[in-house]
Write a protein that binds this ligand. Structure first.
Ligand code: GLN
Length: 288
């Protein structure tokens, strides 16, 4: 006979393990890992816990292994292989930046901007997993969307996500600072979540520090603004007059980046925006 154990007790034990090492959302992570192992949705795990369902010991072994990895601060999304971004479920893992909830708001601003045109041309510079580019195409289907990524591994994840979602986005392997010259002056919306962490400010969370690619994190200068400014300069060339830039930044850049864009002379209507937690998170500007 196969040995079974109560699911609820297993998930509770996992929650305690994750809480002890300081994971911010131990119960959500434990349930998500159980759902991954059992091949169902988190709601179904919660339902089975209430119904005092049991699971096979062998399956629990796999669950315990994953909980241990999570306790060692491997990102939840690397263990499940999935990240949720707006309406999409994306594939992620080693070699690609895990899309963040705050970037969903940035993508939303690009979507709203794109919706002003009948058949907009949208460029996502530093697309990583393809999250923003794919979300724009998903929510503005009449848009032509091009995503640019510098890193070969990340580019493969973007391709996998395009194939998995079936969203018709063009992907270009290249440097956002120089890419898409054939589209100069033609683009309606440029959106970007560039690397922007100041070089000296190594992130505290091991999930970020040890698992997100460095190329996706650091902004290339002490203030973290070197790459964002280079990307903005490229955006200025890509956009036609009246075209819109939407760019994510660090919560410490809420004053600086808008001021630099204003000083660059290429932009009007420079506006700072906050994310859902109220932190300064992105800037929008219109090409003069
Ligand atoms: N937002 C990232 C973080 O929270 C920083 C780099 C980026 O998104 N461009 O770690």
């Amino acid at each position: 006979m196969t040995r079974t154990v109560p699911l609820a007790a297993e998930v509770r034990r996992a929650t305690d393990t994750l809480a002890q090492v300081g994971i911010a959302s131990p119960e959500i992570d434990a349930v998500a890992l159980a759902a991954h192992v059992l091949g169902c949705r988190p709601e179904e795990i919660r339902r089975r816990m209430i119904l005092q369902a049991a699971v096979e010991d062998a399956i629990c072994e796999r669950f315990r292994e994953l909980v241990q990895e999570r306790a060692n601060r491997v990102p939840l999304q690397h263990l499940t292989g999935q990240a949720h971004f707006r309406r999409l479920t994306l594939r992620v893992g080693p070699g690609v930046f895990v899309p963040r909830p705050e970037t969903e708001v940035v993508a939303g601003a690009a979507i709203d901007a794109a919706a002003q045109w009948q058949s907009p041309l949208v460029a996502d510079l530093c697309t990583g997993s393809g999250a923003i580019a794919l979300a724009v195409k998903d929510e503005v289907p009449q848009a032509r969307v091009v995503g640019v990524e510098l890193d070969g591994l990340a580019f493969e994840w973007a391709r996998a996500n395009r194939d998995a979602t079936g969203l018709d986005v063009e992907l270009v392997l290249g440097d956002a600072k120089t890419a898409l010259r054939d589209l100069d002056g033609l683009v309606d919306v440029v959106v970007s979540n560039p690397p922007y962490i100041p070089t000296g400010m190594v992130p505290v969370d091991p999930e970020v520090r040890d698992h997100d690619p460095e190329l996706a994190l650091y902004g290339g200068s002490e203030d973290g603004l070197r790459i964002p400014e280079q990307v903005a300069a490229r955006a200025a060339a890509l956009l036609h007059p009246g075209g819109v830039l939407v760019m994510e930044h660090a919560d410490t850049h809420g004053e600086q980046l808008p001021r630099r864009l204003e000083r660059a002379g290429e932009w009007t209507d420079v506006v700072g925006h906050r994310d859902l937690t109220g932190r300064p998170r992105f800037v929008t500007a219109r090409r003069r």
